[in-house]
Every structure is written in structure tokens, then in C-alpha cells.
Design a protein around this ligand. Structure first.
Ligand code: PMP
Length: 431
């Protein structure tokens, strides 16, 4: 931009801040972690989106997961248009809701019944309530660095000592609301065993991202999840897999299929709405039957199972079942991870990357992290320079070191190659 030509993004950002806190409707969009001006998006297609200046970016956030078949896929757009023409919302049941529920139960190993909601936050919040309602217990276990939406009892960080209860991470969350939430280290089996040994009889549930995507990308070890399953079964606690991000992203059956572990309840979102607000929670029928109207655990939603959103989700779920979809997606994501790693190596920059299905992590450190603490030790300043360098090159990665990245079926070889070439130039400048 020349000094007399202001970026439309700057103008919009300044304007947005008058009417909306921080100018954004979800905090990470504000670029607080990386600095600079967020890009205001005007349209998207396939692997690309365009900002208010008309600049094109290769998009590696895909709306933070949903855009797995690429943006504005013609079949998804058509399904949405057709559904919209029949009416936007009825507040009464539709056959489309049965179809998507049946499809989810068919595709995700542990689902016997599901309830549709409109956001991942609602899905996890409702699953927690169900776990507490079904067990009659209050305590919940979560892991540091896993994000499960912004329900009060989940906005918690670890307490001062191991096995002490957590502290709120947000103003406005009373201590009393989080005093039942125990925050443990991810992938720490002995600590989990200690927690169950000392208070297993009062733990309602354990909630976990089996492939974590909210502390960059971190894989759970198989032993961690296996032991978690055993302990939950032994003590009668409900095991909740939060697959809002990993569901239909790491593979067709989610992380639970990948690890061969059957949780009691699962939260889903993102991909199952194909870019419109659909999320779900579900699992064992004997638990789900505790939900209103058949059971005592209350939960509801004006727009739950919205027909337009369900049409987008259902069409997306059909598209990801095309033969070879996840093999191709994983291959492209691996090509990106390998290409970025090679480009960093050429420049002599400590860097590594990991990929699971269509999700990837980039780490400015010499080892792939296994916990929140290890991930936080990465070189944030270097990530931020890399992020802005890539943005200038027309490649949009998540605007924070703590986020995973997403590849879509529209990221073909040419798109990946263009990304890696850009990274080569940016890494060279970072030295
Ligand atoms: N769980 C996980 C694992 C997530 O990644 C997210 C959102 N990034 C949520 C829950 C919350 O979903 P939503 O933003 O739709 O409320």
C-alpha cells in the first residue's frame, strides 16, 4: 500500500471497533497474538478467499475446520439454496434432521443417538450436563490446552498444584462454577491415575480432544486414551470425546476410529454443518435417553436442526464419503507438512510439522510437542514473523501459534506447491 492508499482492511477494522468489541465476533480473528490488521473477507471459493482489497489468499483455516470440501462447493451451495427456498426455519421437526442423525450414527462408531445443536459450545456444554445428570456426580476432568467451547465450567486453567481444582480463565466465571473442574496435563497417564485413585467415585466425566487442535496440533498417545477409557469404565465416569474439530477431519470416523476407542459421548460440530451452524452430541442410547423430553436432563434450541444448515451439513457429509476422499486429503496435508519442513531446513530454521488427516500443526521448535507446556515453548516471535511473511505472499495461516491448520479437498498439488515456494522465500528472510 502506498501512504495515500489506505487498505480497506484498515478502514473496516477501524470502523468495526466502534460497533463491536475489538472489531470482531470471535477473539482470535482480531490478530491480537500476531499483531497487525485482520483481513476482512469478501468471498471464498475452493482453497482461496479474497479480502476487502481484492487480495487473494490460499486459506489454511477453512473457517476453523468446516470448509473441508473447499469453500462454496457448488453442491453445498445448491443444497443450501434449495433448502432456503423451502423456508428458513420451522421450529418443528423435519425429515432432514432424521437423515443427518442416521448418517452420523452410521459413520461414527460410538453414536447410537444424537441431538442436534447449533455450536460446538452447546454440544460440549450439553454433553457435560448429561454426564452429570446421568451419574449424579459433579466433578469433571479436562486437560490443559484442550478447548471445548466457552461454557462456564470449561473456561478453566490448572490450579496451583496437581489435583487441585482449576481457576477461571475468564472474568465473569464464578469460582464456584469451576470448583468442580479438575485440569490435568495432556498425555500424562500417572496423573490421570492419581486423580481417579483419589476421587474417582465423584468424577462425572472426562472430556478430551483425542487429537488436540487448540494447542496447535497435539496427538494423544494411544496409552493415554486407552487408560482413560479403562479408568472411566472402572469408576463409572462418562468418557466424552470432543470431536468438534477432529470429527470428519482426521478421518471419516473421527479420532475414535483412528485410535479404536469407544467413548460414551461425543461432541461434533464444524464439518457436520459444512459452514453453517450445526453441531451435535450423542453416544450411548441409555445415556441419550436421559435427555428431555424423555429424560430429566434439559436442553433445547430455537434453531437446532435448522433445515438450511442441515442441508449444508448433509451434503458435506455425502461429499466426504466419496471413495478415497480422506486418503487424498491426508496425502495433501502431509505434502504440505513435509514441504514446509524441508523449506525450513534449507534455511536452517528449527521447525517441524505434523499432520493427522486434514489437520496440521507447525512448530517453531525442533520437536513435535506432546503437551501444552511443550507447545508453549515454541518460538512465538518467529512464528509471528512467518505468519506475516506468508500473509504478504498470499497465504493465510491461523493467526496464532496455538492453533492448528486445515487443508481442504480443493488444496491440490499446485496450491500446496505455491504455498511451499512462498514458505521457502519467507523462511530465507527470517534467518
Ligand atoms: N470443541 C472444540 C474441540 C473446538 O475446537 C471448538 C471450536 N474451535 C469448540 C468445541 C467450540 O465450538 P464452537 O466455536 O462452535 O462453539
Amino acid at each position: 500500500m502506498t501512504p495515500d492508499h489506505h487498505s480497506q482492511n484498515d478502514i473496516l477494522f477501524a470502523r468495526a471497533q466502534h460497533s463491536t468489541p475489538g472489531g470482531v465476533n470471535s477473539p482470535v480473528r482480531a490478530f491480537r497474538s500476531v499483531g497487525g490488521t485482520p483481513r476482512f473477507i469478501t468471498r471464498a471459493e475452493g482453497p482461496y478467499f479474497w479480502d476487502a482489497d481484492g487480495k487473494r489468499y490460499i486459506d489454511y483455516i477453512g473457517s476453523w475446520g468446516p470448509a473441508i470440501v473447499g469453500h462454496a462447493h457448488p453442491q453445498v451451495v445448491k443444497a443450501v439454496q434449495d433448502a432456503a427456498a423451502r423456508g428458513l426455519s420451522f421450529g418443528a421437526p423435519t425429515e432432514g434432521e432424521i437423515e443427518i442423525a442416521e448418517e452420523l450414527c452410521r459413520l461414527v462408531p460410538s453414536l447410537e443417538q444424537v441431538r442436534l445443536v447449533s455450536s460446538g459450545t452447546e454440544a460440549t456444554m450439553s454433553a457435560l450436563r448429561l454426564a452429570r445428570g446421568a451419574t449424579g456426580r459433579d466433578k469433571i476432568v479436562k486437560f490443559e490446552g484442550c478447548y471445548h467451547g466457552h461454557a462456564d465450567s470449561l473456561l478453566v486453567k490448572a490450579g496451583s498444584g496437581l489435583l487441585t481444582f482449576g481457576n477461571p480463565t475468564s472474568a465473569g466465571v464464578p469460582e464456584d462454577f469451576v470448583k468442580h473442574t479438575l485440569v490435568l496435563d495432556y498425555n500424562n497417564v500417572p496423573q490421570l491415575e492419581d486423580a481417579f485413585a483419589s476421587m474417582g467415585d465423584s468424577i462425572a466425566c472426562v472430556i478430551v480432544e483425542a487429537v488436540a487442535g487448540n494447542m496447535n496440533l497435539i496427538r494423544a498417545t494411544p496409552e493415554f486414551l486407552q487408560r482413560m477409557r479403562e479408568l472411566c469404565t472402572e469408576y463409572g465416569a462418562v468418557l466424552i470425546f470432543d470431536e468438534v474439530m477432529s470429527g470428519f477431519r482426521v478421518g471419516l470416523g473421527g479420532a475414535q476410529e483412528l485410535y479404536g476407542i469407544v467413548p460414551d459421548l461425543t461432541a461434533l460440530g464444524k464439518v457436520i454443518g459444512g459452514g453453517l451452524p450445526v453441531a451435535a452430541f450423542g453416544g450411548r442410547a441409555d445415556l441419550m435417553e436421559k435427555m428431555a423430553p424423555v429424560g430429566p436432563v434439559y436442553q433445547a434450541g430455537t434453531l437446532s436442526g435448522n433445515p438450511v444448515a442441515v442441508a449444508a451439513g448433509m451434503t458435506t457429509l455425502k461429499l466426504v464419503q466419496e471413495p478415497g476422499f480422506y486418503d487424498r486429503l491426508a496425502a495433501q496435508t502431509n505434502k504440505l507438512a513435509d514441504g514446509l519442513t524441508a523449506a525450513a531446513q534449507e534455511a536452517g530454521i528449527p521447525f517441524c510439522a505434523d499432520a493427522v488427516g486434514g489437520m496440521f500443526g507447525m512448530y517453531f521448535s525442533s520437536h513435535v510437542p506432546a503437551s501444552y507446556g511443550q507447545m508453549m515453548a515454541g518460538d512465538k516471535a518467529r512464528f509471528n514473523s512467518f505468519f506475516h511473511g506468508m500473509l504478504e505472499e498470499g497465504v493465510y495461516f491461523a493467526p496464532a501459534m496455538f492453533e492448528a491448520g486445515f487443508v481442504s479437498a480443493a488444496h491440490d498439488d499446485a496450491v500446496i506447491a505455491e504455498t511451499v515456494e512462498a514458505a521457502r522465500r519467507v523462511f530465507a528472510r527470517l534467518v
